[in-house]
Ligand binder design. Structure first.
Ligand SMILES: [Zn+2]
Ligand SMILES: [Zn+2]
Length: 360
């Protein structure tokens, strides 16, 4: 048992409290990672606000990187001292969905007793199987990917969620072919990565749709060829004008219902709508089934970019080292764990790309 400092959520919507908690040693199949960095994702904020339910107290945080500091029995592929990315993707590797290459949909993720307790022995939920707003985590070995020794760990932390979700939505979920046209709705932490995923995959044109000119300017830095303000009355008209037709692929990266309601309007005949942004539970959207049927379009949900972390994270690390994938530019600011509530408040404004907590 180790004592670590963590940001604990005791009440939905209330500030996180920095306190000392117990972390048990890694069991069979688990690794302990001493974190260097953890990015703040909008999903952490939705969970902390209670948007998707869940028990408390809990420790959120799921986009992390650090060094393996202890291993349980039966660990292969990583050793103490290795730098790793820590993801929330826990997969058995042997169920039918894992076996068919979709570990994000694993039917039987390995179960472990929760590693976190309060100092007096009470339960603490390890949210998203990670609990990475903390100095250390104990996670299943399937959740980590080894990094090159000289990889910057603040940049690497982003690979755990936002980057793979955005790039993967384009490359894995949409199966974009070189020369196709893409519209990305929302140019935030996931949207900017969908944009650079489209650039990497060889899109002809990439139209970013967002609420402000500032966001569209950032989108262009990441590879958007055109920008459209979502505040226009019928923004799909400007997108279609830029493309000369509808889009082969539309990626919705925000959880706003109006974005979902209007997204099919951007599609070309036969186009695919990739649904990535996650509205609150219970929120519904509507569309005209006749249009989807008559135009041969598709609506596809994509969780975590349909990523296979052992394949995709090393690929993305290599692209970063070739200057073909932007990671440093995604970080708007770094903060200490003690500043996490300020960092969350900054993330809520929507202006930040990614805020990253750095541990000493
Ligand atoms: Zn995330
Ligand atoms: Zn599985």
């Amino acid at each position: 048992m180790t004592q670590i400092k963590a940001a604990v959520c005791h009440a939905h919507g209330a500030p996180l409290q920095i306190e000392t908690v117990n972390l048990r040693a890694p069991d069979m199949g688990e690794v302990e990672v001493t974190l260097k960095a953890c990015a703040i994702c909008h999903s952490d904020i939705h969970f902390a606000d209670g948007a998707w339910g869940g028990k408390l107290p809990a420790i959120f945080g799921h986009e992390a990187a650090g060094h393996v500091s202890a291993v349980g029995a039966g660990i292969r592929g990583v050793a103490v001292g290795d730098p790793v990315v820590v993801t929330l993707i826990r997969a058995c590797g042997t169920c039918p969905t894992c076996g068919s290459g979709r570990p994000v949909l694993c039917a039987a993720p390995p179960q472990h007793d929760g590693p976190l307790t309060t100092l007096d022995g009470g339960p603490i939920v390890q949210a998203m199987d990670s609990g990475a707003f903390a100095e250390r985590v104990v996670v299943d070995q399937s959740q980590v990917v080894k990094l090159p020794a000289d990889m910057d760990l603040a940049a690497a932390a982003l690979l755990a969620c936002g980057v793979i979700t955005g790039v993967g939505a384009v490359v894995n979920a949409a199966g974009l072919r070189a020369g196709q046209d893409v519209v990305v709705i929302g140019a935030g932490g996931v949207g900017l990565n969908a944009i650079q995923g489209a650039r990497i995959a060889g899109a002809r044109r990439i139209v970013a749709v967002d609420m402000t000119e500032d966001k569209l300017a950032i989108a262009r830095d990441f590879g958007a060829t055109d920008g459209v303000l979502a505040t226009d009355e019928k923004p799909w008209r400007a997108a279609k004008k830029a493309l000369g037709k509808g889009a082969d692929v539309v990626i919705v990266t925000v959880g706003a219902i109006p974005a979902y309601d209007t997204a099919p309007q951007y599609l070309a005949m036969g186009g695919r709508l990739i649904m990535v942004g996650m509205p609150h539970s219970g929120a519904t959207s509507s569309y005209e089934p006749v249009m989807i049927a008559a135009t041969g379009q598709g609506m596809i949900g994509s969780k975590m970019g349909d990523v296979v972390i052992a394949r995709d994270i090393p690929w993305l690390v290599d692209l970063y080292r070739q200057d073909r994938l932007k990671l440093d530019e995604l970080i708007s600011r770094t903060w200490s764990l003690d500043q996490i509530n300020d960092a969350i408040a900054d993330t809520r404004t929507g202006a930040a790309k990614r805020n990253v907590i750095l541990f000493d």
